[in-house]
Design a protein around this ligand. Structure first.
Ligand code: HEM
Length: 157
């Protein structure tokens, strides 16, 4: 792995991950999805490139996708930007400790036709070759609460 020295704490994420997740929110029907996530290094750069795509677990139809960057921001500190094709852009700051990544939105910016999202909290935990995450959001006039839970396995490092 071609790892920038600032990325030591982010190293557990690097690779390609696949698995399944479950989604919920008071305003929608619960759903199951399959997911592929890639966290990739760029030679000499102090950030990881993030790409994600999902499909409906039943029909296989493409569902949500997003991409962005994750960067080290000093010991134990991380920052992330995420863009969604649905007109939502998230700017996060947070912490990393022993493979646990905790990111809270500093700003969520919406295009004029995007659905309303006010807050996002992303919590990821890497244990060896297993990546589990939870995503909570405050959206559509609802209190901040769970939207996604997933468990992925490393398929390539
Ligand atoms: C694994 C990633 C995700 C999947 C598979 C997913 C899937 C879905 C599905 C199936 C729906 C209901 C149908 C629809 O409105 O399209 C939905 C609604 C929604 N999602 Fe997600 N989503 C994901 C990530 C996110 C993220 C990161 C955000 C915001 C930061 C988000 C915000 C929303 C909002 C605002 C709605 C609309 C709820 C409503 O119409 O009342 N989603 N999502």
């Amino acid at each position: 792995m071609d790892l920038h020295p600032d990325l030591v704490e982010l190293a557990p994420l690097v690779g390609t991950w696949r698995g399944e997740g479950h989604g919920t929110y008071p305003t929608i029907e619960p759903f199951d999805y399959t997911e592929e996530v890639v966290f990739a290094t760029v030679p000499t750069k102090p950030f990881l490139v993030y790409r994600q795509r999902t499909a409906d677990a039943t029909s296989g139809e493409p569902l949500h996708t997003e991409s962005g960057y994750l960067r080290a921001a000093g010991p134990g500190r991380i920052e992330m930007t995420v863009a969604q094709p649905t007109g939502i852009a998230e700017v996060h700051a947070g912490t990393v400790s022993d493979g646990a990544f905790d990111l809270r939105s500093q700003a969520v910016v919406l295009t004029p036709t995007a659905k309303e999202v006010v807050t996002v909290h992303r919590h990821l935990v890497v244990e060896g070759d297993v990546l589990r995450y939870r995503l909570e959001m405050g959206a559509m006039g609802q209190p901040h609460q769970l939207h996604l839970e997933a468990e992925l396995r490393r398929v390539d490092s």
